[in-house]
Structure formats: C-alpha cells, structure tokens
Design a protein. Sequence first.
Length: 214
Amino acid sequence: MANAEKPKIDPRFLETIEGREFIKFGGLLHLATEKGISRIETEIIQLPTPENQNSAIIRAVVESKEDEMFTAHGDCSPANCHPKVAKHSIRIAETRAIARCLKLLVDSPYTCLEELADETDVIGGDHQKPHKTPKGEKSKETDPKSGSGNGDSGQKPMSQAQKNAIINIGRRKGLTLVDLEQMAQEQYRAPLINLSQQQASNLITTLQQSTKTP
C-alpha cells in the first residue's frame, strides 16, 4: 500500500542512518512472530565459487499460520557486502532471503538493515552507530565475551553440522524453527543463522538439557 502507515516497532529494532530508518532482522522476526509463522525453510541455490564471482544465492520460504506463503531469494558476493564479512556469504545470503520473505509477510515499509551492502559499517549496538565508533573500540554487543551480537564478532561462524544439530534436537523436543529463532534472539540477540560456533555449542547444550518446550 502506497500510503500505508508504518507499523509501530520497538525503537531497539530500528536504526537511523543519514536520516533514513532501517529495520533490523530481529524486528522483522518480531513482527512476523506476532502475526504467526508456521514454517521457515531455506535452500542453497548457488554456492560461491571463483567461476560465479563468489556469489552465494539462497532461496527462502516463509509460511504464515494463515497459510500465506512467501518466497524470496537472497544473494551475497564481494560486490554487495563489506570485505570483512564476504567469507560469510552463505549466511548473509540466507539472512537476506529470509528477511525479504518476512518483509512480504508483515508488509514492512522498511528496508532491512542486513540487506545493506556495507553491512559491517551499519550493524552494531542498539543505541549507537558503528560508523561513528572511534577506531580501536568495540561495542559491547560485539564483544565475544558478552555472548551476544550478530555472530561476526571475530569468532568462527556456526558450522552446518551445528545448525543441523540444533534443528534436529529442537524437532525432537517439539520446537519449531520459530521457537529456535526466539531462543537465539533471547539468549544472544542475534538471528539463529548468525550465531558463532561457541554460541551454537551453548545452544545445543541448552536444548539437550531441556526436557520440555520452553
């Protein structure tokens, strides 16, 4: 809708850059969860190789509890992301694909922060803009010891084996992907797919020790 009013969103999910507001992935997930999600699935369409300019393409499908289905693709290559996160192209492409589906689901008028090309220059603490952070300083949200952040805090990213373990253990515990996303957001303030290996390991331990759905 051209003249639709912007939905009311918790300010911590918004980031203002040069006078323009962007919504964080967590904000889209929050809105979508309120509306109701029954399924989130992703599929690798293209792995990054030298032959395709190291471009990763992911297809995402999000289905609402009202049986609405949304499909979108996310891509990531050195040409559309910061060099420091280019090695995480598959994770970034997956985040972008899911974000685009969630935007369609909630009819969001905002561009998702994680879709921006120069991602590491704008993603940071809830109340500060990283591009204004003095050199040599780190925000508390990206401190590896804080157990929070977006998974790109210098730690190794979650492996595919860890991701599969989390999903499979969660399924045995009666948890959906939405439940697992909420756990990641609550414990680490980061999307599930952006967790570091250490964070993923901690989450696996939590799931293994759980006897019932949180």
